[in-house]
Design a binder for this molecule. Structure first.
Ligand code: GRF
Length: 228
């Protein structure tokens, strides 16, 4: 076991297929935004523990009191901050509090993992190129809520998940990595969602590493060019 695609392409397709654990980038200081369950957060923690992803999670921010992600973060001894969106006057005010919290915890990459709030330009600008999201469809198909249900209703044969950079429109922005899974006859929204989520847990750590590698490479290139 090592890189994402080594166990074959029979149950999933992955793009790009790369040996992501060999990528180079500085150790990342992550802030995770989650609204509920937090299984992607745990997949990221597990990849860090296995030394596959070079990163540390400095803080988990959640907007829903009592969400399962709090329990999961406690298990991994990761600090949590509740920013309940119901207590903020506007999306901008919530995002300002998020940026302040991320700054306090010295975060350099922001990982949206089941974050169910629309983001504002303020958050996007504060972490330009370092703000990622995962969505349970092969974007640009089926953005928004209930992606697995949308895929079943459209009768597509392939579903999947996408990690992408975040832009203002919901579930939009340059794609980093995708994995595809078959839609099987008899699938329910739950069974399809579960099959997709197995792949989410594989690709999110890999996509973070890939985005960090691309970012570091760009930075190096910009430095060289400024020295010429
Ligand atoms: C995932 O399906 C993700 O794609 C979507 O929200 C879900 C979060 O799951 N954005 P979890 O909270 O990480 O278990």
């Amino acid at each position: 076991m090592g890189s994402v695609p080594t166990d074959g392409l029979t149950d999933h397709l992955l793009s790009p297929a790369i040996d992501w654990q060999t990528l180079t980038y500085p150790v990342l200081k992550l802030g995770v935004l989650a609204s509920g369950n937090g299984s992607n957060f745990e997949a990221i923690m597990a990849a860090i523990e296995r030394s596959e992803l070079k990163a540390k999670v400095n803080v988990v921010i959640c907007n829903n009191p009592g969400a399962k992600v709090f329990e999961r973060a406690e298990k991994w001894s990761i600090p949590t901050v509740l920013l309940n969106h119901r207590e903020f006057q506007s999306r901008e005010a919530l995002d300002q509090a998020i940026v302040d919290t991320l700054t306090t915890y010295d975060v350099d990459w922001v990982i949206m993992a089941g974050w169910m709030r629309r983001v504002t330009q303020h958050l996007i600008d504060a972490f330009s190129g370092r703000l990622l999201n995962i969505h349970p469809s092969l974007l640009p198909s089926f953005p928004g809520l209930h992606a697995a249900r949308q895929a079943l209703e459209a009768r597509v044969k392939l579903a999947g998940c996408t990690v992408h950079h975040v832009e203002l429109a919901v579930d939009s922005g340059p794609m980093i990595m995708q994995a595809a899974v078959p839609v099987l006859s008899g699938d329910t929204e739950e069974s399809l969602q579960a099959r997709i989520q197995i792949q989410e847990h594989r690709i999110y750590p890999a996509a973070i590493a890939l985005a960090a590698h691309q970012h570091a490479t760009e930075k190096k290139r910009a430095t060289w060019q400024s020295m010429r």
